[in-house]
Write a protein that binds this ligand. Structure first.
Ligand code: ZN
Length: 165
């Protein structure tokens, strides 16, 4: 179910979700304004949060590698890093802006949107299930995923150590 939004052009709560397709890393919902006919594609808030969290983790990691404990920072490493930050802003900035300009309509209807045939699969189903958790859910999803992964690894290591050594 996808909620209707307020149209960024005519400010009416008539921006209805009409299509949903699968991109490599997320789904994209196509909206059509029933009042002014404006079309817009919006990446669900969950995936925006998810993308930002991953970008932030990667940038944090490279910040640590490049600049932690280093007295001399080369122009190259600084420019590369600045380039990466700009890329993140260019990729996710417009997505955030679209959510900002076309906010979810309060008290608006939720509409069932069919997924396009070629994008169907178990990964897409999981993605769509996750989208209910919204922006904050997307932000913490990588942390949850990493914790689960590390706990499973720790349990397997413990079992291996306890029973097979
Ligand atoms: Zn409109």
């Amino acid at each position: 179910m996808v909620k209707t939004r307020i149209c960024g052009s005519c400010k009416k709560p008539t921006l209805l979700p009409v299509s949903r397709k699968r991109d490599p890393y997320n789904t994209v919902v196509g909206y059509l304004c029933q009042n002014c006919g404006r079309k817009i594609n919006i990446v669900p808030a969950f995936s925006v949060g998810n993308g930002l969290a991953i970008a932030w983790a990667v940038l944090g990691f490279w910040y640590f590698v490049f600049f932690h404990n280093s007295v001399y920072n080369s122009t190259l490493s600084i420019s590369l890093y600045a380039g990466a930050v700009v890329t993140v802003v260019l990729v996710w900035g417009p997505e955030c802006l679209r959510h900002w300009m076309n906010p979810v309509a309060k008290g608006g209807d939720a509409v069932e949107v069919k997924l396009e045939k070629e994008g169907r699969g178990s990964v897409t189903s999981v993605l769509i299930w996750c989208e209910r958790f919204g922006f904050l859910g997307g932000l913490i999803a990588p942390v949850v995923f990493a914790s689960v992964f590390l706990s499973v690894a720790a349990i397997l290591g413990f079992i291996n150590y306890t029973y097979f050594q």
